[in-house]
Design a protein around this ligand. Sequence first.
Ligand SMILES: [Zn+2]
Length: 283
Amino acid sequence: MRWTGDRGDIEDMRGRSGFGGGAVPIGIGGFIVLLLLSWVSGTNLFSLLGTGSDAPSNVGTSGQIDSSPAEEKMADFVGGVSKDVQDMWAERLGAQYERSRVVLFRDSIQSACGYAQSATGPFYCPADRKVYLDLGFFDELSRRFGAPGDFAQAYVIAHELGHHVQNLLGLNARAAQDRRTGEASASVALELQADCFAGVWGHAASQNGRFQAGHVELDPGDADEAIRAAGAIGDDRLQKMATGHVMPDRFTHGSSAERIASFSRGMQSGDPRACTSSAATTR
Ligand SMILES: [Zn+2]
């Protein structure tokens, strides 16, 4: 993959999130979570948050972070990919498109959708229209899930921004009404559509001469990295890794085969309209 770093769409909260010291705005959701955890673990976890007055100022409002050149390069990469994905949607959707922001955090963060920890993985919050990402996830993707490579990482970013497109177009409204869970649910269909939208960007990014024109450009073989990633984080595989069993009634994102099929549909067609029927045609 060839790319240029750009942090225009990035909100860097790495120095302000987590338990590194300084007061963390935990909100009522986080408050309840901490209360429960304190109760379960028998430790007062609130003491770890600091009070703001006596907390060390090694992190906090200055936004100063302790980072490595490799991590900074990763932040540039996430920004460059986010910009490219969003430029594509802005071009396609015109005035309908409003830019999202990608929030980088460490360990934990308060979003408009509640308190989140890195273990949740990257996510999109419809309430504040932002993507949340801990850069450490990419290590997980590579080591734990066996899906290394820059385009595997780009696929994850494009997938989350796919949820933003769904939000802007109102495509997620139906899922909110649907109480079903598992394989046939509207929420799984939305996830597969986000995979397909990521593929649509992959199609655009694979056109020759794109890098010369200031965009991200894929190298031959990059698509395989994303296909490996889509397969690596399918529900059946994750369930098998965690419990040794596959439970389709608890699927949240679709099986590995479905995720690969959806991504490929977008990648081959380059047409978002090919993604509207993803729910109907994959089962
Ligand atoms: Zn998703």
